[in-house]
Design a protein around this ligand. Structure first.
Ligand SMILES: Nc1ncnc2c1ncn2[C@@H]1O[C@H](COP(=O)(O)OP(=O)(O)O)[C@@H](O)[C@H]1O
Ligand SMILES: [Mg+2]
Length: 281
């Protein structure tokens, strides 16, 4: 699980703190919505390609007035507003770089928006993009505990779920080995297993439907369907139109950080195809 994985880079963290809007989380919204996001904007700041860390450091320690350091701003999300009803499976679709993962990281509070408000009702578990959520030096078993604690479970609750999580992951034989010895496939299977076995009210899945072999995929699909049928809220991010159509009633299309379409998933997917054909993407 990527809950450890604050992908804000050093520059972003350092430079954006001043203009972060304080209205990050509005709790206790009284509506029937699991998630309400209003005018979410995210601006990343990074050093220009001509600027090196060494130059930045020298400028800083020499108080150089003619600084060579150039900071570029990049708007990854612009005024994104949407709401997801409790129990709904909501799709987010769009090409690479559209801002989908950035939006999810903001929903999970891994990243702060530059502006905008978010209300999240209920516990939330997320399986973000492939990779790095675990601590590499710790074993699979230790990482399950830490992930569970981060998701708000007590140690007792996690211990009660250990067997189920390990069994589902299918990597029992390696569970006491450090994560750094896992293949990315093994790590993602374990992430997936934690995410779906902690019984969150809201499950967020970022491009992870095609994880593992056919057997694991079938098992994952079944588990996600149980979630959906059990009245949980699911946010599914994918650039695969078929998955969006088969799981989601409502969806939105993101492109270059903005919403291009929002509503019934068929209509949103049609719009995606339209802009793909028009080669706007
Ligand atoms: N930490 C970051 N610093 C700077 N730019 C970023 C950062 N994270 C994402 N971006 C940029 O924001 C844009 C949206 O990225 P992302 O949300 O990952 O898109 P998607 O998930 O839709 O493919 C991309 O252009 C990406 O390069
Ligand atoms: Mg992404």
């Amino acid at each position: 699980m990527n809950l450890f994985n604050n992908t804000n880079n050093f520059y972003d963290n350092k430079l954006s703190d001043n203009n972060i809007n304080n209205n990050i989380l509005v709790k206790n919204s009284s509506s029937n919505y699991a998630i309400e996001a209003e005018n979410i904007t995210k601006v990343f700041k990074r050093l220009s390609s001509h600027t090196t860390l060494k130059k930045a450091f020298i400028d800083a320690i020499t108080f150089n007035k003619n600084k060579q350091v150039k900071i570029l701003k990049f708007t990854a999300l612009k005024d994104v507003s949407f709401a997801v009803k409790k129990g709904e499976t909501f799709g987010i679709i769009g090409p690479n770089g559209a801002g989908k993962s950035t939006l999810l990281k903001i929903l999970c509070k891994i990243m702060k928006p530059t502006a905008g408000k978010i209300a999240v009702k209920g516990s939330l578990s997320a399986l973000l993009e492939l990779g790095t959520g675990f601590h590499p030096e710790l074993t699979g078993r230790e990482n399950i505990l830490i992930n569970g604690l981060i998701l708000g479970l007590s140690k007792k609750e996690i211990l009660a779920k250990y067997d189920e999580i390990i069994e589902f992951s299918g990597i029992k034989d390696f569970i006491d080995e450090p994560i750094k010895t896992y293949s990315s496939g093994m790590a993602i299977r374990l992430s997936f297993s934690v995410a779906v076995n902690v019984n969150p009210d809201i499950l967020i899945l970022d491009e992870v439907l095609a994880v593992g072999d056919a057997e694991f995929q079938a098992k994952s699909k079944k588990r996600i369907e149980e979630f959906i049928n059990g009245g949980r809220t699911v946010i599914l991010v994918s650039h695969d139109k078929k998955s969006i159509l088969s799981y989601c009633s409502e969806a939105m299309l993101l492109h270059k950080g903005g919403i291009i379409a929002k509503g019934k998933s068929e209509e949103v997917v049609n719009k995606y195809e339209e802009i793909e054909q028009a080669k706007i993407i």
